[in-house]
Design a protein. Structure first.
Length: 344
């Protein structure tokens, strides 16, 4: 028996964009476009009446814009929303994620055509809604304090994909500024967004958060985000650890690669204690890296299905049998705090 089609609502003020999206989605046998809307006001009425499984949303629209739509929708009937909007204002994408959007796809300035990889990415993220966990639409928590940085006593490496931005915001908000821990993050995200993402995390966290630069020393109380389109690795120089940002040909499917980050940490960390965490996301990235870290004696963590937006990546890591603990997001953050304090 075939499974029910994913029912999608398309909201965009451009008639051309609506037609492109309807043609793309309708061509997939697993998806049904149940309606379209030209602004947030109309879109909210349709969403409440027809209860779609997922929504594509433009942000800049007349009358009721995408941000207002998200606030109203999440208050009345939380529904998975994938933002499909312009590169022009990167901060808008993160604001939308904070308001409850599941994910975003950056719409380029060029015309879109059949087979365009951007449209393929949008379709993939929409179909990923079928993997949603119970914690998918919980809002992030924020915290902002002064920062101090010291050479790390211990290192945490974290990987995430779909649902990762709000999950990382909630996780970092629970790490106290004086925690003797350095953090490296591989979040699947386009290169034009990672710097703005790091800046937003920095405003919400007790840790100092930056986009990683090649060669910089890792310090306690500081988190580095892998630049989009690169791999972030760990390298040892004498008694200190440094970030390596690799821009050559990728070794695998994903970039930034969680596996590449984890594997480099397993090799380079040496006597420095290492913990890893695989958070929400689709795919298998982080699976091989978790195995490598386990063999190196690291503490390996994975987000539980209870809070993971998409339980693909955590489940793949868990299925290796090499994950030390499976925890909901807040408990996972607390485990990293304990690890930073006492190494266990």
């Amino acid at each position: 028996m075939s499974r029910r089609k994913l029912r999608v609502l398309v909201i965009d003020d451009s008639a051309l964009n609506r037609r492109i999206l309807v043609d793309l989605l309708s061509a997939d046998a697993e998806v049904e476009v149940i309606a379209t809307a030209s602004d947030g006001e109309e879109g909210l009425k349709v969403a409440l009446a027809q209860r779609p499984d997922a929504i594509t949303l433009d942000l800049q629209m007349p009358r009721v814009d995408g941000f207002t739509f998200l606030r109203l929708l999440m208050a009345k009937r939380p529904t998975p929303v994938v933002v499909f909007s312009s590169y022009a204002r990167k901060a808008d994408a993160f604001r939308a994620l904070e308001l409850g959007a599941l994910d975003f796809v950056a719409r380029p300035g060029r015309p879109l055509g059949t087979g365009d990889p951007v449209l393929t990415e949008l379709l993939q993220k929409l179909k990923g809604v079928r993997q949603l966990g119970e914690g998918a639409l919980k809002p992030p928590r924020t915290l902002s304090q002064e920062i101090s940085a010291r050479r790390p006593l211990r290192l945490a490496v974290i990987g995430a994909s779909t649902g990762g931005p709000p999950a990382l915001s909630r996780l970092l908000a629970r790490l106290p500024a004086d925690l003797p821990l350095a953090v490296l993050i591989a979040q699947h995200m386009p290169e034009k967004f990672t710097k703005a993402f790091a800046e937003r995390l920095n405003r919400q966290s007790s840790f100092e958060v930056d986009e990683a630069q090649d060669g910089e020393e890792l310090c306690a109380g500081r988190a580095l985000v892998a630049p989009g389109g690169t791999d972030l690795l760990v390298a040892r120089r004498g008694d200190s650890l440094h970030a390596r940002v690799m821009t050559g040909a990728p070794n695998g499917r994903y970039r930034p690669s969680v596996d590449a980050l984890f594997q480099s940490a397993a090799i380079a960390a040496g006597p420095v204690g290492v913990a890893s965490a695989v958070l929400t996301g689709m795919g298998v990235d982080g699976r091989e890296g978790t195995v490598a870290l386990s063999k190196a004696g690291a503490l390996t963590l994975a987000e539980s299905q209870e809070t993971a937006v998409i339980w693909g990546m955590p489940k793949e890591a868990i299925d290796t049998g090499k994950v030390s603990r499976v925890l909901p997001l807040e408990a996972l953050a607390d485990a990293l705090v304990r690890f930073g304090r006492d190494g266990r």
